[in-house]
Design a protein. Structure first.
Length: 193
């Protein structure tokens, strides 16, 4: 079977796992991670900026199953103190080219969520940094992007610490979960080196 460009990036990164950071172990998501992933993705304070409501049992099951089956992305869980406390996901896609130019380059979009119990300790930064560095290794993504709702200030600070640049703002693009205000949607990116 011939892999498409997106799958090549995902497979190359998946082969590099698991990875141990100073305080965590990063590995590919497994179906058995469902209870721990749901434990934080069901919390309103976590789901608020993820683009989905707090997850119930069925929604969490579908999310994790989709992650496990997706060959164009890599979803990594972060284990800390013996439990899964976060997830980092990179979805790969072919880089754009204006014909007649062609490219085999690959890009990735980044997403992540962590349990509030580990908030403010730098653990999310440590884990996301490790995943981003893996994606920039052999068979690397030439560019990694992230979209962040402007009120998610902790997330924007994390991206800035990791060398991402805010490229632009889609002003008042998304209605907040409570329907009270329109949020700006920021586009961040980091180029490969």
């Amino acid at each position: 079977m011939r892999l498409n460009d997106r799958a090549v990036g995902a497979v190359a990164m998946g082969r590099a796992l698991p990875v141990t950071t100073a305080r965590s172990r990063l590995r590919l998501v497994e179906p058995g991670d469902l209870p721990e992933i749901r434990a934080y993705r069901q919390l309103p304070e976590v789901a608020r900026f993820l683009g989905h409501p707090p997850l119930g049992e069925q929604e969490a099951r579908e999310l994790v199953a989709g992650w496990v089956e997706d060959t164009t992305a890599v979803t990594v869980v972060a284990e800390h103190a013996g439990r899964v406390v976060g997830d980092v996901r990179l979805r790969f896609r072919p880089s754009a080219a204006v014909p007649p130019a062609t490219t085999t380059a690959v890009e990735a979009s980044l997403g992540y969520a962590f349990h509030p119990d580990v908030g403010g300790q730098g653990l999310a930064t440590e884990c996301v940094r490790a995943v981003v560095e893996l994606a920039r290794g052999p068979g690397a993504a030439r560019r990694i992007t992230a979209r962040v709702f402007a009120p998610a200030e902790r997330s924007t600070r994390l991206l800035a610490r990791l060398g991402f640049t805010r490229d632009g703002v889609d002003r008042q693009a998304v209605l907040s979960p409570d329907g009270a205000e329109w949020w700006d949607d920021e586009l961040w990116s980091r180029l490969g080196e």
